[in-house]
Design a protein. Sequence first.
Length: 306
Amino acid sequence: MVAALTRRALVSLPLLAVASACTASGSDRSGIVVTTNILGDLVRNVVGDQTEVTVLMEAGADPHSFGVSAQQAASLEQAALLVHNGLGLEEGVLSHVEAAVAAGVPDLAVGELVDPIDYTSDESAGQPDPHFWTDPVRVGEAVDIIAEQVVEHVPGIDADEVRASAEAYRAQVDQVHATTAEQFGRIPAEHRKLVTNHHVFGYLAQRYDFEVIGAVIPSGTTLASPSSSDLKSLADAVAASGVPVVFADSSQPERLIEAMAEETGLDIAIIPLFTESLSEPGQGAGTYLEMAASNAEAIAEALAPQ
């Protein structure tokens, strides 16, 4: 383990040296670079058109696996502020984020500042859960945090305007929370059980009193894969729960869930949700507000008595 870390450090040193040599000084940096499109939407609602906001992750991409071009990587080190999720989410761009921070770019790891929770089951147990955006209350907190960091680090910003925009946008997020709570209030306690394609709804479950039965991929990352025993164990849990509904990310193939259905012999409904990425405009989750409202409606319709 030590040897591996040493090799990583030796490899990283030349990269950091090159980065430091060509990185802009603090006075030359401008704009905001955001890793994920969900955070990008929050940032854009906070800053409006006061500064350029560059979002690295395209609509529909997987935050665990998306990568960046050399040009995008360079843009991180030119930013006045780098906004990222943290908590291990952006696995494909982590090294670039670390290089930018090492070069002196101010960064905001949003997920680390909104009272993160740990995974509680399967192979990710005890590790921090990065999927805080499934809880609108934490998203509201994130909006305020983003606003203050923008005011502190981004030159040329009108602080009063940023804070007013954040307050107005947070009111919309709070309304989504209120509507979600009302919709979920119609779901009986015995039906508040979630099975997903991977562990992504821990924060939602905590906020709205759901039980997470399990996930087809028993991990917090889509880069993991289930074994046949994983599928059998989850199938048994679904059969015992009496709620044969599986929620799958709208961008993920359904073959794993279909395989689990074969294990149970049950007629399992597969309900698509937008879990880790916004969609293109007009496709159901073009903004965070649309994404959160769409998911809440889909879950309520699937689990509430008809």
